[in-house]
Design a protein around this ligand. Structure first.
Ligand code: NDP
Length: 302
């Protein structure tokens, strides 16, 4: 019997975990590692919340995942995949694990990644014990991040660009009457200062007054952008924000028995390009494994 051959698009925790499973199942596996090999974890420093990852940095953990996939025969191509139709002609199945990027503001934040700036409070809050921190955003994620930070930081301020929050009423309640949280309305972050780490933020209040505040931490929770633009018009169904619809998120099971299957048979999807809610390396890895197992079962059924 000829070996089945599949493509995995993406090299974050979802893609590599899927690859470890498919290659161990003796499915010929080619990974298209993409523009940012290793995904979002390559932008973090210490890892505390990936089981077994303590003591590693984000880039080290991702390198280990890549090595593990390669050890079992997965081939990594350092290129992007752009055309799903072509992939489907070339391969028996496709696993999409292209991830998402946190939305940024372009106020110089990238230089402070891991040095006072983070886009994941759930991951990094514990590093901010006793510190003065600011969160930018107004949606559910911003509230969740603010609440996560109140457990550690001495002062948490939420910077909201409008005079109201976008978050659900239930989530809003958690911060509106909370004495531990200060909210600055109609406040825009316009600059960041600090030699090695974040030290000060420049804020514009109500479109006029500029104010400089001392800060030891800055968190963005202004949404994510799933890397799915290349799938528009491909037949893979996307929601209005561009996240891929599969049976795991959204509760829709397109193909009975294959929860990670997209609207196209033989194309499964996993990780942050599907999941706007949990967005953790470990949940992405878990969904990657689900996608690999679904793929294996689907290939066997053909
Ligand atoms: P959202 O798109 O819901 O909210 C983004 C927020 O960031 C908005 O308040 C927006 O402001 C603000 N924002 C965007 N750009 C800027 C900017 N340049 N400067 C300042 N503020 C900005 O994204 P979330 O990540 O919060 O949530 C994504 C999805 O995940 C949602 O469907 C949410 O419900 C869900 N979620 C649910 C959770 C839960 O229920 N526990 C937890 C986390 C997420 P504005 O309002 O002015 O547009």
């Amino acid at each position: 019997m000829n070996k089945h051959k599949i493509a995995i698009i993406g090299s974050g925790p979802a893609g590599y975990s899927a690859a470890i499973y498919t290659s161990r199942a003796e499915i010929e596996t080619v990974i298209y590692a993409g523009k940012e090999p290793g995904g979002q974890l390559t932008k973090t420093t210490e890892i505390e919340n990936y089981p077994g990852g303590l003591g590693l940095t984000g880039p080290e953990l991702m390198a280990k995942m890549g090595e593990q996939a390669s050890k079992f025969g997965a081939v990594i191509k350092w290129e992007e995949a752009e055309d799903l139709d072509k992939l489907r002609e070339e391969y028996d199945g496709v696993i999409i694990a292209t991830g998402a990027s946190p939305r940024l503001m372009g106020v110089g934040e990238e230089k402070y990644y891991g040095k006072g700036f983070s886009t994941c409070a759930v991951c990094d809050a514990a590093f901010y014990k006793g510190k003065t921190v600011y969160v930018v955003g107004g949606g559910d994620a911003a509230i969740e991040d603010t609440m996560a930070l109140t457990k550690f930081a001495s002062q948490v301020t939420l910077l909201v660009r409008r005079d109201e929050l976008r978050a659900s009423k239930a989530m809003q309640k958690k911060v509106l009457d909370n004495p531990e949280v200060k909210i600055m309305w109609e406040t825009e972050l316009v600059g960041i200062k600090g030699d090695e780490r974040v030290e000060k933020l420049e804020l514009r209040i109500k479109n006029q007054e500029l104010r400089e505040v001392k800060a030891e931490g800055l968190f963005f929770a202004i949404g994510h952008i799933p890397a799915t633009k290349w799938l528009e018009g491909s037949g893979v169904e996307l929601d209005k924000k561009g996240y891929i619809k599969n049976g795991v998120v959204g509760g829709v099971s397109w193909a009975k028995g294959y929860p990670t299957m997209t609207a196209i048979p033989g194309v499964v999807a996993a990780g942050d390009c599907v999941d706007y809610r949990y967005r953790q390396a470990v949940t992405a890895a878990g969904m990657g494994v689900m996608a690999a197992l679904d793929m294996e079962k689907w290939l066997e059924s053909k």
